[in-house]
Write a new protein. Structure first.
Length: 407
C-alpha cells in the first residue's frame, strides 16, 4: 500500500455563471464523503471571484462602481484577501467559503488551501517574465466560460507590477481548443477542466510551500500558519520544563503543608506546658501559703480559671481546623490571649488566627465559620503568593474569636 502526504487537488466550478452555490456545495459534499479524513487543496473557478490590481482600499471603490457592491455589502457578504506587492485584491462569496469549510469539517476533511485556481501559475509566470524588451505582459487564465486577465508592466525602477486585472465571459461549450501558443507579451494558462464537470480532480504545477507567497496571501480558508522544525523542538523543551516546575511546585506545597501541621502541634504543646507549669507555681506561692483566705475577686478569678481549664479545648481546635478545611484556608498562625484571665469575670480569652486564602469572599466565610463573636481584624496581600491544587492563594487574613463563646 502506498501512502502519500500530498493533499488532494480539486477544481470546483459552478454549473453556470448565474447559478447558486447549492449544486457546487452538493458536489463538494459528495467528494468529502468519499474522501473523509483526507487533506485537500481546493481551487476555485473565476466565475465566483472578483479580482482587482489594487489594495483593498482602492479596490472597494472600483467594485462599487463596476459591480454595484458597496463597501458594507462586501464586508458582510464577501471574503477579501490581498497581496501587498504586487498589489492584487481578490474576493469570494462568504456563503460559499463558509459552506465549503462547514462541509469539510463535517466529514473531517482538512482544507489546506482555498483560492483562485490560477494563483500558483500566475506567480510563476509573472516572476519568470522579469525585465524584457516587452514592457507590458498579459497573462490569460482560461477556463470554460471565462478568462481572467492579469496585465503587468515595468515601473520606474524596472520592477514588474500588476497594472490591471479583469475577466471576460465566453461560451462555456464551444469547439475544441487549439493548442496554446504563447507570444511575446502574452502567456496563456489553461485550467484543463471540462465544461460539464462541477468538481474535478485537478493537477497544478507543484511549487514548494516556502515559494508560494501568492497562494498563502490569497487563501480564503487561511491565513495559513507555517511552523518550522525548530519550533517543535522548542515546544517539547517548554513542555518538559513545565512538567519539571510543576513537580517542584507540588513538592514545595507538600512540604509547606507538613511544616504547618508541625507548627500547629508545637503551638498546642507549648500552650499545654504553660498551663501545667502555672498550677505548681500558684500552689507554692508564699503569699497564698500565708493567707488562706480568698476574697471575692480571687474566688471569681479562680472560678474563671477553673471554667477555662474545664473548657473542651479539643472542640475549639477542631472548630479552627474545620473552618480552615471548609474554605480551603492555609492556617499560618493560631494564638490564645490568656492575659484576660486575671481581669473581669466576664472576660473571655481571645484566639487570634491568621490564614492564607484565595479571595475576599473566602476570608469572610472563613471568619464566620468560627461562630458568634468572630470578627475580621484585617486582610492584605501575601508577600509571596503561591498556588496549589485548590487554587491561587494571594490574600492573608487575620481574625479574632472569643473562645469562651461556644461554637
Amino acid at each position: 500500500m502506498t501512502t502519500s502526504w500530498r493533499p488532494h487537488q480539486v477544481f470546483l466550478r459552478p454549473p453556470n455563471a448565474h447559478a447558486s452555490h447549492d449544486e457546487a456545495l452538493a458536489a463538494w459534499s459528495q467528494w468529502c464523503e468519499q474522501h473523509a479524513g483526507s487533506r485537500c487543496d481546493l481551487a476555485l473557478s473565476g466565475h465566483w471571484l472578483m479580482a482587482c490590481a489594487a489594495l483593498p482600499e482602492q479596490a472597494l471603490p472600483q467594485w462599487d462602481h463596476y459591480m454595484g457592491l458597496s463597501a458594507s455589502a462586501i464586508e458582510q457578504a464577501w471574503v477579501v484577501r490581498y497581496l501587498a506587492a504586487p498589489a492584487l485584491s481578490c474576493a469570494a462569496p462568504r456563503a460559499l467559503i463558509e459552506g465549503l469549510k462547514k462541509t469539510a469539517s463535517e466529514h473531517r476533511v482538512r482544507l489546506e488551501w482555498v483560492g483562485p485556481w490560477w494563483v500558483w501559475q500566475a506567480q510563476g509566470c509573472l516572476s519568470s517574465v522579469g525585465p524584457e524588451p516587452v514592457a507590458q505582459h498579459t497573462l490569460h487564465a482560461t477556463e470554460p466560460g471565462l478568462t481572467t486577465y492579469l496585465k503587468s508592466s515595468l515601473d520606474a525602477g524596472g520592477q514588474r507590477t500588476l497594472e490591471q486585472a479583469w475577466t471576460e465571459t465566453s461560451d462555456p461549450v464551444g469547439p475544441a481548443r487549439e493548442p496554446v501558443i504563447n507570444t511575446p507579451g502574452v502567456t496563456t494558462l489553461d485550467a484543463g477542466v471540462l465544461a460539464d464537470a462541477l468538481l474535478t480532480e485537478w493537477t497544478r504545477p507543484d511549487a514548494p510551500a516556502w515559494k508560494a507567497p501568492w497562494a498563502d496571501k490569497l487563501d480564503f480558508a487561511g491565513p495559513r500558519i507555517r511552523t518550522a522544525l525548530w519550533s517543535w523542538a522548542l515546544l517539547v523543551a517548554a513542555m518538559a520544563a513545565c512538567m519539571a516546575v510543576a513537580e517542584q511546585a507540588q513538592a514545595l506545597i507538600t512540604s509547606q503543608g507538613e511544616a504547618q501541621a508541625m507548627l500547629h502541634r508545637l503551638e498546642r504543646a507549648k500552650h499545654q506546658q504553660a498551663l501545667a507549669a502555672a498550677v505548681p507555681r500558684a500552689a507554692s506561692s508564699p503569699a497564698q501559703a500565708a493567707d488562706r483566705k480568698l476574697n471575692d475577686v480571687a474566688l471569681r478569678q479562680a472560678a474563671r480559671v477553673a471554667q477555662l481549664l474545664a473548657y473542651p479545648w479539643p472542640v475549639v481546635v477542631g472548630r479552627v481546623e474545620q473552618a480552615a478545611l471548609q474554605e480551603q484556608a492555609v492556617l499560618t498562625s493560631f494564638s490564645l490571649d490568656i492575659n484576660s484571665l486575671g481581669g473581669k469575670a466576664e472576660a473571655r480569652p481571645q484566639a487570634r488566627l491568621q490564614a492564607a486564602l484565595r479571595d475576599d469572599a473566602s476570608a469572610l466565610r472563613w471568619t464566620a465559620a468560627h461562630g458568634d463573636g468572630a470578627q475580621m481584624l484585617g486582610r492584605d496581600a501575601l508577600a509571596t503568593p503561591f498556588a496549589s491544587t485548590q487554587g491561587h492563594y494571594a490574600l492573608r487574613a487575620e481574625a479574632a474569636w472569643p473562645v469562651g463563646v461556644a461554637p
